[in-house]
Design a protein around this ligand. Sequence first.
Ligand code: UDP
Length: 323
Amino acid sequence: MKVLVAGGAGFIGSCTSEYLLDNGHEVVVFDSLVKGHRDAVDPRADFVQGDLGDALAIERAMVAHRPEGIIHFAAFIEVGESMVDPGKYFRNNVACGLNLLEAAAHNDVRKIVFSSTAAVYGMPKTIPISEREPTIPVNPYGESKLMFERILRWYHEIHGLQYTALRYFNAAGCSPNFGEDHNPESHLIPIIMQAAEGKRESIKIFGTDYPTPDGTCIRDYVHVLDLAQAHLLALESHEVGAFNLGSGAGHSVRSIIDTVREISGQEFRVDEAARRSGDPPRLISDSAAARATLGWKPKFDDIHEIVESAWRWRCDHPKGYAR
Ligand code: UDP
């Protein structure tokens, strides 16, 4: 299949593009490089530098490359920033995405897979979280992703565009060739690794008084290559709807710090800090539907293996994608 990957120069987009190419598919990466990196585009892929805010640019890319399927990763992802500048999130993650859907609708694209998030659930009441959990986002980032899921439903009903929304829990790990290099970095595992590399003074634990065994938040870390597998399965499936993707295991912030310490062999300072607003104490996925319906078989259920793959990529790329 020929697949247009919007946001294919980002972390999950680059690993998924590589996975598609490894499995015999053709990939066209469409990315503005505002957040992504040119070197994160697999050399086997075609590359179009463009912004989804530019309706003509995405239309032209679609006409030139005629993809049968689309995977849409192109979005801003920082929860904290979305609480300060909601307009930036609704404009980019919702309004700009509409240009992609319009171009898909009148270029006979069969299927779109959308990169969604567990943030659509807000403060879930039931753990593990299934797709039946009410969707009540608590920040503009999660709201923007939920709005786009709802828009997809109408493009399906009205234009017949099939869609699958994949609600990721905490994406982690790396492929040997492509990794996580955000600026600024806001995610736990790469931040701890920066401390281990001596690139930051310390790691701050946001909240140590949560109702969890060690007082720190629990998250479900899922390997990016397992996410990549799910995207290909979703692309090939005729199922329409939303699926959770997580490992089903919960790890506290403290335990992740210990794991990085063990794998890196480095000591670093850990500070206890105030809670970060909007953090649910515990997020663990029930991904039974993705397994049963899409045939998803995640391969990485060991957090050590996940963290080790991320550490290995950083050792091989000490400056990230910077030359
Ligand atoms: N976290 C932390 N210190 C940091 C970054 C994150 O204690 O410097 C915590 C954060 O409060 C949350 C967990 O680590 O409980 C995972 O945060 P991340 O931003 O990686 O992902 P999220 O779960 O918010 O999507």
